[in-house]
Design a protein around this ligand. Structure first.
Ligand SMILES: Nc1ncnc2c1ncn2[C@@H]1O[C@H](COP(=O)(O)OP(=O)(O)OP(=O)(O)O)[C@@H](O)[C@H]1O
Length: 325
């Protein structure tokens, strides 16, 4: 039998300070039984298990210790999903989703991005993370970390580029579930770029994963705005609060002279938002700089050019909405 430790509490405290990253509290020692509480907030399942095992071994090996009881707690954090939807494709839903995620990160939020457009994933290209593969921990996918500080998951990370993804409804639903139920530890806001349109895939996703709110994207044309009303009724059907409408490709800014023109008129989206009873969150101009940067995997919201400003302004409005929720 090993010699008793003259000051057992001090020996335990030494191990705690070396191994617990300051996460241990409530230390008790009675009849050789050591009990403590470990706050594992923000740690991955593997990191939790490793910390717990290291503490059990180190403290359990001390003479006079017969048992080590560790209660693990984590601050209850709820991940809030913000869905970005549109009535039809090509209006800039993916561009807005990527840039909002990057802008929210710049504003200091812990934000993740899911590309739920599983038939035509474009987020890996927009965020410059093409070719990266998520890992898995147990049954959960571990998101890919983008260069912009935003962890993300897209079917484009799982399928080879150019490979057609032709799934039927239930399979598509499962794939989407895996992206959303992935390991988003440490993330508070999850921006979900929905597939375009208002069909079953969208409805089942929003019914199952209950977004905290939804943003609708539209271009200024009347027809696109009519499509936007369909997206609105989809969210209303599922009882998802509408955060507001964003007008994309609003007016054209000439790259040579900087002059802005409005081929589709001005103010239509704002009026439509009022008609649909939801806030208007802002407009993003149609500029070549936004398209070329996006195609190059450089989300404008991550840079310091003028193109970042409208995304940051909309992110601030989203931030304000989330703060009241
Ligand atoms: N404000 C903008 N100015 C210039 N180009 C833009 C703007 N917004 C989006 N685009 C470009 O328009 C195209 C479509 O955008 P995006 O992929 O974001 O649309 P989407 O609604 O997500 O489309 P899909 O339904 O196909 O997923 C892209 O080439 C993108 O770079």
């Amino acid at each position: 039998m090993s010699d008793p430790v003259p000051d057992l509490p001090a020996a335990i405290a030494e191990h705690l300070s070396a191994l617990s990253e300051g996460r241990a509290s409530g230390l008790r020692l009675k009849d050789g039984i050591v009990s403590l509480v470990l706050d594992v907030t923000g740690l991955s399942a593997d990191a939790r298990a490793a910390m717990e095992a290291a503490l059990r071994t180190a403290i359990g090996d001390l003479p006079d210790v017969t048992q080590v009881r560790i209660a693990m707690t984590a601050e209850k954090r709820t991940l809030r999903i913000v869905a970005v939807g549109s009535g039809k494709g090509g209006v800039g839903k993916s561009t807005l989703s990527a840039n909002l995620a990057v802008a929210l990160h710049r504003l200091g939020h812990r934000v993740g991005l899911v590309d739920a457009d599983i038939y035509g994933p474009s987020q890996p290209r927009l965020m410059g993370s093409e070719g990266e593969k998520p890992t898995a921990e147990g049954k959960q996918l571990v998101p890919v970390m983008s260069h912009w500080g935003v962890p993300m998951l897209s079917m484009g990370h799982l399928a080879d580029p150019g490979q057609a993804i032709a799934w039927r409804g239930p399979m598509a639903g499962n794939a989407l579930g895996q992206l959303i139920d992935a390991q988003w530890d440490g993330i508070d806001i999850l921006i979900v770029d929905l597939p375009p349109g208002t069909g079953d895939v969208q409805l089942s996703m929003i019914s199952k994963h209950k977004p905290a709110g939804a943003l609708i994207v539209s271009t200024p044309q009347d027809l696109a705005l009519i499509d936007a009303t369909r997206a609105v009724s989809l969210f209303e059907q599922a009882d998802v609060p509408l955060i507001g409408l964003v007008e994309n490709m609003a007016g054209y800014v000439c790259p040579h002279c900087g002059e802005a023109s409005d081929p589709f008129g001005q103010g239509g989206a704002e009026a439509a938002a009022a008609q649909m009873g939801m806030p208007f969150l802002g407009r993003i101009p149609l500029t070549i700089a936004i398209r070329t940067a996006s195609d190059a995997g450089l989300p404008p919201a991550g840079g310091d050019a003028a193109e970042a400003a409208p995304f940051l302004a909309i992110a601030r409005r989203l931030e304000a909405w989330l703060a009241t929720g």
